[in-house]
Design a protein around this ligand. Structure first.
Ligand code: NAD
Length: 305
């Protein structure tokens, strides 16, 4: 039997680790030898209040099981303070799991600026801030693993979550860019879109479904993506209830119009079924791959084709 994958000597920051998914990620990494910074602001699920109790309880749980952990109570908006906790306690940081989150669900019609700003600040700015503070340390040591947490709501859209959807898809954009910038320094960046029972989903999903959606079914993927043996980067995975799948972009073959002049909207209408036909679709994964087809058409023009 193969040896279990471990994190001995590695230092991990898990944000929002006082509850739900983050707590489970922290427990799993610590049980496999990682030294863990358990970050949690300890507020309500709408971003109200703060308390040290949530992070402290998870640190106690880790220590009681023989693991190493310290608490941090800063908001993820203050990433530098969270990374400083890792440096003070353990001297470095190898892994950042951006997980902290809140909800302010309301239809766009009724959404206030505060609803928008707070969700943006915790999710997108928070993921940037913690990653940004850890970035120079990871670059310097030529090693890093960063996990971003998006959501099906961000990928597919969902009623009443304009703030959350925008922030969550912004996180994916951030992940894609950091994956490219980190590649040469062995900083690998992957994103999960989880589904699990937590205080964020207890009002959205029926109780019989929640009972089957344990965070324990999400954390092993996160741990694998954080492990030195995993060489994937720029990935996006949907995970929950025992299912794990990978997503990618899909683009139709499209139609290349004659480039000697701009196409008319009537010509677009005439080719609409071809433009939107996913038969023999492509899967561009970089901006170069994306531009390739467009530039090929441009070349035809410069060659007078
Ligand atoms: P949860 O409420 O159980 O845990 C989130 C934790 O983040 C809480 O402990 C909270 O105190 C902490 N937090 C909130 N704001 C913070 C801040 N500013 N700084 C530090 N900590 C803060 O929720 P969860 O379901 O475990 O969610 C974890 C992540 O997974 C979130 O990003 C959420 O959007 C995402 N997600 C969850 C699901 C799901 O099905 N549970 C689905 C899609 C995405």
């Amino acid at each position: 039997m193969s040896q279990e994958l471990r994190f001995d000597g590695r230092v991990a920051i898990v944000t929002g680790a006082g509850n739900g998914l983050g707590r489970q990620h922290a427990l799993l990494l610590a049980s496999r030898g990682a030294k863990v910074v358990v970050n949690d602001l300890g507020g309500g699920r709408h971003g109200d209040g703060k308390s040290s109790a949530a992070a402290d309880a998870v640190v106690e749980e880790i220590r009681a099981a023989g693991g190493e952990a310290v608490a941090n109570y800063d908001s993820v908006e203050n990433g530098a303070a969270i990374v400083q906790t890792a440096l003070d306690a353990f001297g470095t940081v190898d892994i950042v799991i951006n997980n902290a989150g809140i909800l302010r669900d309301v239809s766009f019609q009724k959404m206030t600026q505060d609803d928008w700003d707070l969700v943006y600040r915790v999710h997108l700015k928070g993921s940037m801030s913690v990653s940004h503070a850890a970035w120079p340390i990871m670059r310097e040591k030529g090693y890093g693993r960063i996990i971003m947490t998006t959501s099906a709501a961000g990928i597919y859209g969902n009623f009443g979550q304009a703030n959350y959807c925008a922030a969550k898809l912004g996180i994916l954009g951030l992940a894609h860019c950091l994956a490219e910038e980190g590649r040469s320094k062995n900083i690998l960046v992957n994103t999960i879109a989880p589904l699990a029972a937590s205080r964020l989903t207890e009002t959205i999903l029926p109780p019989e479904m929640l009972a089957l959606l344990k965070p324990e079914y999400v954390s092993p993927l996160v741990a694998w993506l954080c492990h030195e043996d995993c060489e994937d980067t720029k990935g996006l995975f949907e995970v929950g209830a025992g299912y794990i799948g990978k997503l990618r972009w899909e683009r139709t073959q499209g139609h290349s119009f004659n480039t000697s002049r701009a196409m008319t909207m009537d010509e677009i209408a005439g080719k609409w079924s071809k433009i939107t036909d996913f038969t023999d679709s492509e899967h561009p994964s970089t901006t170069n791959e994306s531009f390739g087809t467009i530039l090929a058409n441009l070349n035809k023009k410069s060659l007078g084709g």
